[in-house]
Design a protein around this ligand. Structure first.
Ligand code: MN
Length: 742
């Protein structure tokens, strides 16, 4: 099978050395079969890529070798993953097939390599939304194996390290994608070192000048920092020795990228960033069970010795981050009166801080805690969101990215379970975290025994009890309250569904209402309505009818405008101004009660209806109308057993209704208006009557007599209260001097 080699002897030697390095530096101990597997994967990849070289002229095989090295040492994955990393570009770029890998390496490795191949096949594009879609697909591969994404991160890291021979525009594109997608992912997986390197490398290509400048200044100040840390170590050494531990003190400057970000955000210079580095005390507990106690002991030697800022103390010891990160952080006033953050970690904690996922598992092995790592919970939630096929990729990306980068808080359920949420999370987020059904019906919450509203922002340690109500339903405003991707996605999905239903009903309602206005529902009238109400689509129209925002009053105004001689004065007068405050209008006193008609809504509309069979309302009964999807309006008694259910579940389909006497229904009023003439006054009056107040104008006549006008209008009204209000408001119009009923 061995064909003639395409590599020089020097290259052969180099790759052998590299392979040895991988095997020796593997974070997870490799047994003989693991080593053999890796070697076999290497031989396969080496031959498959034999004729390929990178832009720099280097044989391609060094790329999978380097990726495998990152996977083995920095990420710390197992032999299976290292082998998969070696093979990761074979299906895509060489003659090797998935079938071949399956035969030679088995199902697991094939799945991982195929997962990686799928990501690679995504269209490469400048379009941002496609990037977002890529990200979505990337996350989708998590369904198969978390290792896919970890190897993908390693692949990206190596590509970022070797971009020098690439054209500038490509560098920028890859760098921005890395910053946007891969760095946050690495962060979420607990790979802090890799995340930092990805960010720094991205900056190098996106803003090379700023990058160089920060690198230079860090170098210039390096000696100062070293001396400072020495000074600090000198001050604490004696006391730490008293604790009988071995420890090291190191100083870690902030990453180039985070310095850059801080300079941009705070608009300050490099010199003005006070917390450019943190001091780390990494200790080795003599025995595992003393680990935690020693962290507190170290902390108290520091607080004995230095002033400290209690607001900046972080206890990640008892409340690990979902990546498994543990440490105590405290900011003290150190030598030279300088505030400096000190991070206290055991060696184990430090390993987890640097390796994340893999280290967490190394230490979990053999312990019987079967507790799920926060990352895994996060992943399974993510997958749940992904299963929802609706929504566009950009939305999705924004939601997830927020979750990726945010800090965490820990709150407690009434049972004492700890729930991790991103910082800034509200009780509504908490509710959706507990269960979708709980979220959907959240009415309020009790936090530490006190009732709080839905938008209450939670703090670590809060004890949260959610109060639900079956009547409660998600609404648009919840999107201003929910901050987590999970909650927002659920709410959006619900609202979309709701909107569809409202549109469907609105269509039916509109058809019925137009029929009463003696109009046929066809494309022409829909088009006119859209134009009149300035709505982009017919769906918007149906929606507004469905919610009642466009009701009888508005539709009547439309009809009037359509029929009215004065149409030209107000071609598009419909504005979404505040409706004049509706005064509760008492029905006109009726002397003789003769209930023979049911009227609907605030304006006593006459509509088609049928009486519901379940309760058979009789004349004079207290009633309400229910808009069915297919059978028009059904009238129920208010005491109907179905009423409570209908009202709670379908509030927007309920229309008020009452029995009335048909002979007392409406009356026509003739009004005489006089005043000083001015351009537009007639339009103002008709607009007020028919558009603002929504009454039917039966007739309009105006005369002008040199600067003076006299007119009569006939209006259809239902009671004297309406008449009174109408007359008052006409009188308010500029130029109107007198109005009287004739
Ligand atoms: Mn690759």
């Amino acid at each position: 099978m061995q064909t003639q080699t395409a590599y020089t002897p020097a290259e052969e030697r180099r790759m052998e050395r590299k392979l040895e390095e991988i095997l020796n530096s593997s974070y997870q101990p490799l047994d003989e079969s693991g080593r053999q597997l890796i070697r076999k994967a290497f031989e396969t990849a080496k031959e498959a890529h034999a004729r390929q070289r990178r832009k720099s002229g280097e044989p391609f095989i060094f790329h999978p070798l380097e990726v495998a090295h990152i996977v083995a040492e920095q990420i710390g994955l197992d032999a299976t993953s290292i082998a998969a990393a070696l093979l990761h570009d074979t299906i895509e770029d060489t003659d090797i097939t998935a079938g071949y890998i399956r035969r030679e390496f088995g199902e697991k490795i094939t799945q991982i390599v195929e997962g990686l191949t799928k990501i690679k096949k995504l269209p490469k594009d400048k379009d941002f939304s496609i990037q977002a879609e890529n990200f979505r697909k990337l996350i989708l591969t998590l369904n198969e194996d978390v290792r896919v994404i970890l190897i993908k991160i390693a692949d990206r890291l190596h590509n970022m390290r070797t971009m020098d021979s690439m054209p500038r525009h490509k560098q920028e594109k890859i760098a921005s994608e890395t910053l946007y997608i891969y760095a946050p992912l690495a962060h979420r997986m607990g790979l802090y070192q890799i995340k930092t390197e990805l960010e720094d490398l991205s900056l190098k290509y996106i803003d090379p000048e700023a990058y160089d400048e920060i690198v230079r200044k860090l170098k210039e100040t390096e000696e100062d920092r070293r001396r400072y840390i020495e000074k600090f170590a000198g001050l604490v050494d004696a006391r730490l020795k008293e604790l009988g531990i071995s420890y090291t003190i190191t100083g870690r400057p902030k990453s180039i990228f985070s310095i850059y970000r801080k300079m941009k955000e705070k608009k300050v210079d490099f010199e003005d960033i006070y917390d450019i580095f943190a001091i780390r005390i990494i200790y080795k507990p003599p025995e595992p069970r003393k680990e935690k106690m020693l962290a507190w002991d170290i902390l108290s030697t520091l607080t004995d010795q230095f002033k400290y800022n209690p607001n900046r103390m972080r206890n990640w010891l008892d409340w690990p981050r979902s990546t498994g990160y543990q440490a105590l952080h405290i900011t003290v006033l150190g030598p030279d009166d300088k505030w400096v953050e000190v991070q206290i970690r055991s060696e184990r904690m430090n390993e987890i801080a640097e390796k994340g996922y893999a280290a967490h598992y190394k230490y979990k092995q053999g312990s019987d805690e079967a507790e799920e790592l926060g990352v895994e919970k996060w992943l399974s939630q993510l997958q749940e969101i992904l299963k929802n096929p609706e929504g566009n990729a950009l939305d999705f990306l924004d939601e997830i990215r927020l979750d990726l980068y945010s800090d965490e808080i820990h709150v407690l359920t009434p049972k004492g379970d700890v729930v991790s949420l991103p910082k800034g999370a509200t009780v509504l987020d908490f509710a959706f975290h507990i269960h979708t059904e709980v979220g959907m019906h959240t009415r309020a919450a009790e936090v530490n025994g006190r009732i709080v509203p839905l938008n209450y922002v939670l703090n670590s340690g809060d004890l949260v009890h959610i109060i639900t109500s079956p009547q409660q339903k998600p609404r648009q405003s919840w999107l201003n309250i929910a901050t987590t991707g999970r909650a927002r996605n659920k709410i959006k999905a619900y609202l979309r569904q709701q909107e569809k239903e409202i549109i469907q009903e609105g269509k039916e309602i509109l058809r019925r209402k137009l029929r009463h206005l003696k109009l046929k529902t066809d494309d022409k009238i829909i088009g006119q309505l859209q134009k009149y109400f300035k709505l982009p689509t017919s769906k918007d129209l149906f929606y507004k009818v469905g919610t009642g925002e466009i009701g009888n009053k508005e539709l009547k105004a439309f009809v009037n405008a359509k029929n009215n001689f004065f149409l030209k004065f107000f071609q598009s007068p419909w504005k979404r101004k505040k409706e004049p405050e509706k005064k509760k209008v008492a029905p006109a006193p009726v002397e003789e009660v003769n209930y023979d008609l049911i009227v609907f809504g605030q304006e006593d509309q006459r509509l088609d209806y049928t009486l519901a069979n379940c309760c058979n309302p009789l004349p004079g009964d207290e009633i309400f109308g229910f808009v069915t999807v297919n059978e028009g309006i059904k009238v129920h008694k208010k005491t109907c057993p179905n009423a409570i259910f209908l009202r709670s579940r379908h509030a927007h389909r309920i229309i008020p209704a009452r029995w009335t006497d048909s002979t007392k229904q409406t009356f026509k009023v003739k009004l005489k208006i006089t005043g000083a003439d001015r351009p537009g006054i007639v339009a103002d009056i008709t607009r007020l009557v028919s558009l603002d107040m929504g009454y039917r104008l039966v007739r309009v006549e105006f005369d002008d007599k040199s600067g003076f006008f006299e007119g009569t209008i006939i209006v259809d009204l239902q009671n004297t209260a309406q008449l009174k209000e109408l007359m008052l408001r006409i009188k308010e119009i500029e130029g109107v001097e007198k109005i009287e009923k004739i």
